[in-house]
Design a protein around this ligand. Structure first.
Ligand code: ADP
Ligand code: MG
Length: 318
């Protein structure tokens, strides 16, 4: 019945940030090179994510927000071999229950675009004109879930955290064009460049000039020179196989260990690291929002991280 669906949807989507993450993941899976995010009223009024990706073929549009409908998994065995950010087919379905969903999409080779609006189980399809790619708009999030609405944090804090999230995506996908606008105000903008350029977009050019590259078999990224450290670990970023995740404490320690005595006690560097691991060593299924991953052989990985950071610091004289 309706109420169990609302509860299930509320588990996948508990706040505006969850919607933003899911829609960005879909845009990345669609191969977009330009992703623009718009918020009104901290995301509770409106969230829109526009991309220039492959779009959804006309026949598949009505299926997109059906539960467990995904174009990304061919088989159950596929779950161990996930190469895309999405795979459960639950995001659009949950969003359609949590708020009012409007999806406009056009594959580049298709002439007209389709517009699908979805609210709960209700669907409405129409033809429109639109640029190639996909735009997903979510209005009145949690209007059917008053309890969820009541437990939301203040809008300004949510916008701050969403800005942080989009910044992290820009740091890990610096070759894309990113833009975040909240209540008409540009909060973040990044034009396609490299990791240094993304650090400049997020933290400013002074910081970006003091970075060292990290390159080893499974690890790429940038770390700051020791003089740029600060007492908090809020500028340490990790993505695993393209998915920004919560930085496991053991790996944060490994980064800091890589600096050894170059780092005053209690200080942490700025770093943006990307781990490239075999899909079977990564389990993204430990957390409904996929923000945490379980990694096989964490302590061996920690050694690799420490050595890669050490190497970056030693091959670039300070
Ligand atoms: P999942 O990402 O787990 O497959 P979603 O509910 O997020 O599930 O999306 C359902 C399906 O809708 C996707 O598998 C994909 O085929 C399609 N889709 C959603 N968003 C986009 C997008 N931005 N561009 C292209 N296709 C999309
Ligand atoms: Mg998805």
């Amino acid at each position: 019945p309706e109420v169990t669906r609302l509860i299930a949807a509320g588990e996948v989507i508990s706040r505006p940030l969850d919607v933003v993450r899911e829609l960005i993941d879909n845009a990345l899976d669609a191969g977009a090179t330009r992703i623009e995010i718009e918020l009104e009223d901290g995301g509770l009024g409106l969230i829109r994510v526009r991309d220039n990706g492959v779009g959804i073929p006309a026949d598949d549009v009505p299926l997109a927000p059906q539960r467990h409908s995904t174009s990304k998994l061919d088989s159950v065995e596929g779950v161990d071999q996930i190469g895309t950010l999405g795979f459960r087919g639950e995001a659009l379905w949950s969003i359609a229950w949590a708020g009012n969903l409007t999806l406009v999409t056009r594959p580049p080779a298709q002439v007209g675009a389709l517009c699908l609006s979805a609210q709960g189980e209700e669907r409405h399809l129409s033809r429109v004109t639109a640029p190639a790619g996909t735009s997903v708009t979510v209005r009145r999030l949690f209007s059917r879930l008053p309890a969820r609405l009541r437990t939301q944090q203040p809008q300004a804090s949510e916008v701050r955290e969403i800005t942080g999230l989009v910044g992290r995506y820009a740091l890990h996908y610096p070759a894309l064009h990113w833009k975040l606008v909240s209540n008409g105000e540009v909060r973040l903008q990044h034009a396609r460049s490299d990791a240094r350029g993304a650090v400049a977009s997020v933290y400013g050019p002074l910081v970006a000039n003091r970075l060292l590259s990290v390159r080893s078999e499974h690890i790429s990224g940038v770390v700051s020179r020791p003089e740029l450290t600060r007492p908090r670990r809020d500028r340490m970023h990790l993505a695993v196989n393209g998915r920004p995740v919560v930085f496991p404490a053991e790996l944060q320690k490994a980064v800091i260990a890589g600096y050894a005595e170059l780092l005053p006690a209690g200080q942490a560097p700025l770093c943006v690291l990307d781990l490239h691991l075999p899909a079977e060593d990564v389990n993204p299924n430990v957390h409904p929002a996929k923000a945490e991953v379980a990694l096989a052989e964490l302590s061996r990985l920690a050694d690799l991280v420490r050595d890669a950071v050490r190497e970056a610091l030693s091959t670039h004289p300070l």
